[in-house]
Design a protein around this ligand. Structure first.
Ligand code: 5AD
Length: 320
């Protein structure tokens, strides 16, 4: 799809032809399997000032915590024991983690005990050397959303960085041999349809192996507290177009979609998405990792996984 066609599709009254195509491509390229990932949010400390995020460094109401290396490893092993085959390690840009030592140790520990489990890093813009060090320790994948391709909006939302640095970092990640994931938010303040089309083309340009798209959800303790949330429908359209542009990519139905509307998750699985992530943090740390407000249930690793598998089977798909 070219830029003009993407814009037209995103705005169309009837999007069903694209949903159908996305569904067919998903079945053809990804089969009937839905991949379930465990995400461990190891630190809520962050030096960044991202305007939309509840963990931005100016939010002094945010609860800050960091898990110890031992706790992260224990949590990962618990998740693996109930069936998870991918561990995503996500955290704010916490000075204590910036040298990559803990992330490399945790990765090495997981990979040496469970060589078939994949480790995914989502730790922001670490230095090139540190990203390499974690790769050398065995990490398989790296997630770093480009957030928005609109340069001006990027600067407004991230006063301490710029789109070009983000893009360069994604190239470094790719070159180091990581399966690379990018993505963006849908419905950010001042975001145009044209820039969403550009966001989709950024994913294509990077030949991303993974792409996460989620609606913007306004956080009450940020400068965007009074802004409207993004639309779940528009997000699903983006996922479908991402599937058409990148038929082999792994595309999650993001947590933010489920926060807005839990039925939308099932719909996303039938229209292009093939991945879902589950928080597996210990209870004490779960609520504190609040990028955006959302209802979080109690942590019961086994039960949560079983419920999710049931939901996936209910739409005729196979949880993995
Ligand atoms: N609404 C939706 N998504 C958000 N993220 C951070 N804050 C918000 C928010 N308020 C997303 C960003 C980031 C990912 C980890 O979470 O896209 O890359």
């Amino acid at each position: 799809m070219r830029r003009e066609e993407i814009i037209k599709a995103l705005e169309a009254d009837d999007f069903s032809e694209y949903y159908n195509l996305a569904r067919d491509l998903t079945r053809k390229h990804k089969g009937n399997e839905i991949l379930i990932r465990a995400i461990i949010e190891y630190s809520s400390f962050c030096v960044r000032a991202c305007a939309y995020c509840g963990l931005n460094c100016f939010n002094d109401k945010a609860t800050r915590y960091r898990m110890t290396e031992k706790e992260i490893i224990e949590t990962a092993f618990n998740a693996i024991n109930v069936g998870y085959k991918t561990i995503v390690l996500q955290g704010g840009e916490d000075p204590l983690f910036i040298d990559g030592e803990i992330l490399a140790n945790v990765t090495y520990k997981i990979k040496s005990n469970f060589p078939d489990v994949a480790v995914t890093i989502s730790a922001g813009e670490l230095s090139d050397e540190v990203i390499k060090k974690i790769r050398d320790a065995g990490a398989n994948r790296y997630l770093l959303r480009h957030e928005t391709s609109d340069r001006e909006n990027y600067k407004k939302l991230h006063p301490d960085s710029c789109f070009e640095d983000r893009y360069r970092k994604l190239k470094v990640i790719k070159k180091l041999g990581y399966e690379t994931g990018s993505g963006f938010m849908v419905g950010l303040p001042n975001q145009s349809i044209e820039s969403i089309a550009d966001d989709l083309l950024v994913l294509k340009g990077l030949e991303c192996e993974m792409a996460g798209m989620g609606p913007f959800i306004s956080h009450p303790e940020t400068s965007l507290a009074n802004c409207e949330n993004g639309s779940a429908e528009m997000t699903l359209r983006c996922v479908a177009i991402a599937r058409i542009l990148l038929p082999d990519a792994n595309l999650p139905v993001t947590t933010a979609v489920g926060v807005l509307n839990s039925e939308m998750r099932q719909r996303a699985f039938l229209n292009g998405a093939n991945v879902i992530m589950r928080k597996v943090n210990p209870e004490v740390y779960k609520k504190a990792y609040e990028l955006y407000p959302g209802d979080l249930g109690e942590t019961n690793l086994k039960k949560e996984r079983m419920d999710l598998e049931k939901m996936i089977r209910s739409v005729g798909l196979i949880p993995v």
